[in-house]
Unconditional design. Structure first.
Ligand SMILES: C[S@@+](CC[C@H](N)C(=O)[O-])C[C@H]1O[C@@H](n2cnc3c(N)ncnc32)[C@H](O)[C@@H]1O
Length: 212
């Protein structure tokens, strides 16, 4: 938890806590193995500092929320936030999302997948690093239960064009975006990046799709 035991590096305060690392996660990663219960499981890819996970989990205590985040600093911030808010229905794993989804999740195990403000990798030579690509979306689609939804929000208009095409061409069916319970008035999801980008006046784009 941030506070006692935290280290200062420049102006950044590093919470002295760790969440789950891949070697701590039993395969397959399910509500039973991660949370010890059978509640529905929702995944956030690139969960950053955990704002969405924590806010949403408090309003929907009957659902388990799993974040996958590959930046150690953000993963630690998310774990600190999870502990501070005593969120028993949240876990955050330090991993590359593709590795985790491919190797740890069972097919048809997720009740929803959330991808909020995925890194846009604007340079052409970096575009292959984008999360939303046809093979990755199909991989994720297989992990959704029939009827479960994938939700994506971005501020990046060019990336959104690609996201729309990939999602529309995928095996998923595009549906209306469902605002999460924790979104405040005039918000789409209420994640950290949404709040930051709204302050900057950026236009935001959202899409949702359902596994038939
Ligand atoms: C722009 S931030 C958005 C964070 C949060 N979703 C929000 O809306 O505030 C993108 C996050 O995704 C993480 N990320 C990007 N690619 C990832 C990947 N392949 N696997 C896991 N995390 C990833 C980054 O480290 C970063 O924390």
């Amino acid at each position: 938890m941030a506070g006692r035991g935290e280290a200062r590096r420049g102006r950044t305060i590093l919470p002295n806590v760790s969440g789950l690392e891949l070697e701590d996660v039993e395969k397959p990663a399910t509500s039973a193995t991660l949370f010890g219960n059978e509640a529905p499981l929702e995944l956030e890819i690139g969960s950053g500092k955990g704002t969405f996970l924590v806010s949403e989990s408090k309003l929907r205590p009957g659902v388990n929320f799993l974040g996958v985040e590959y930046t150690r600093l953000y993963w630690r911030f998310a774990e600190a936030r999870r502990r501070r808010n005593v969120c028993e229905n949240v876990r955050v794993v330090l991993a590359h999302a593709v590795t985790f989804i491919r190797d740890y999740l069972e097919d048809e195990s997720l009740h929803a997948a959330h991808v909020y403000f995925p890194d846009p990798w604007p340079k052409t030579r970096h575009r292959k690093r984008r999360f939303v690509q046809p093979d990755r979306i199909e991989l994720l689609a297989r992990k959704l239960k029939p009827g479960a939804r994938l939700q994506i929000v971005t501020d990046h208009a060019v990336y959104f064009d690609q996201i729309q095409k990939v999602v529309t061409d995928s095996s998923l069916t595009v549906v209306d975006f469902d605002m999460p319970a924790s979104a405040l008035e005039r918000e789409i999801v209420g994640s950290n990046f949404e709040r930051k980008y709204r302050r900057e006046g950026r236009r935001l784009h959202a899409i949702a799709a359902r596994r038939v």
